[in-house]
Each structure stands twice: as structure tokens, then as C-alpha cells.
Design a binder for this molecule. Sequence first.
Ligand code: GRF
Length: 221
Amino acid sequence: MARELSLGVLVSGSGSNLQAIVDAIESDRLDAVIKIVISNNPNAYALERCRRHNIPISVINHCQYKSREAFDDKMISVLTDNGVELVVMAGFMRILTERLLRAFPLRVMNIHPALLPSFPGLHGQRQAFDYGVKFSGCTVHFVDEGVDTGPIIIQAVVPCCDDDTEESLQQKILKEEHRIYPQAIQYFAEGRLEVSGRKVHIKNSNQMSTPSLHNPHLEGF
Ligand code: GRF
């Protein structure tokens, strides 16, 4: 059996991405173990998911800390005490300080519900929908000091069609989030990610061969 990568997952809300990671681990598609789930929100539904799967929980309520640094120091100590090798932000609604990033250099991942660098920040799906794009999607990236600016590991594209609503687009994107996040973590677990500046090379990956996508389809061009 491959060595299991030790994960610390940061959540704030529903935790459907956490669930996708748990499912991938339980079905032996992801060589990882979740050592700890940290939630800044004591009422996050993600915590209920942890209870069902016997995953250790730590609630660190940011409201009880005087500064972002103090909050991150607490998270660093919980993550290191649990032997975490990769920090996975899964719907975590706080911005990390440099302090945490320095403690885990190129070892913090995030998922964003848009094709970065377009539509960073909150409500990526809504921003894309309102803008009228013909494609959107999701992005897994390493976290750096910026907001959704770190090196991109994998992206999935979904079409935005005339009959889509903000909700239907969000659902299409979320479905892809649940596929690409476990995949990105598995690349890391297999030691296949090589980062050079902004570029992430994935060793022995099967790159997309379709030359281009059009939405709507071209009519004879
Ligand atoms: C996802 O859309 C994720 O991309 C964004 O927040 C949402 C969290 O969903 N960062 P969940 O908590 O994983 O269900």
C-alpha cells in the first residue's frame, strides 16, 4: 500500500468538498488520511460529516482571537501537533496570514469555484454568471499571500448555457470541484507536483488533447 499523506482540512460551511475527499479515501482512490478537520464555525455542517466518519475535529472560532496572526498561530499548533503534511482549504472562509503559509510552504491548497485568474474572491460562480461568460469552472491551486492567486494545479471547465441559472451553474461547478480536488491531493500524495514559479508541472499526467472548446458550437467554421 502507498504511504498515506496526512491531511489537515480547513472548513467553514457545508463541507461537500470534505465529503468528496473522505469518499475518495474510503474508496481507496486517495492515499491520504485526514488527521484533523479545523472549523472556524462551530455550526458548520462539515462537523456533522466528521462525526459520522469518526474524523477528529478542532473548532477554532476566529471571533475569540484578537488578531489574524493569533488565530493562525492556534491553527499552526493544531496542524503541527497532528502531524499534518498538507493543509487543504475546503470552503474555508478566512484569509490565511503569511505566518501559516511560512509554516507550510507550498503545502496549502485551495479550491475556487471559477476559472482563475478570472473571478477571484467571494461568489466566483455568481460573478461569472453575471458577467455572461460562456464557460466557467473551478480551480485547485497552491495558496500564496494573495487572494486566489497561487500556482494553478488543475482546472475543470463547464459550459454556461442560456437555460442556466446561477444555481444550476453553481451545481455544475460543484460537481467538478468534487472530482478535481481529490485528484489534486492524490497528485501531491504521489509526489508528482513540481512547482517552478507560477507553473505547476504534473509528472506523467495525461494532458488534454482536444485542441479547443466552443460554446455555442461552431457552425461550419
Ligand atoms: C465551494 O464552492 C468552494 O469552491 C468554495 O466554497 C464552497 C464550499 O463548499 N471555496 P463546501 O463547503 O465544500 O460544500
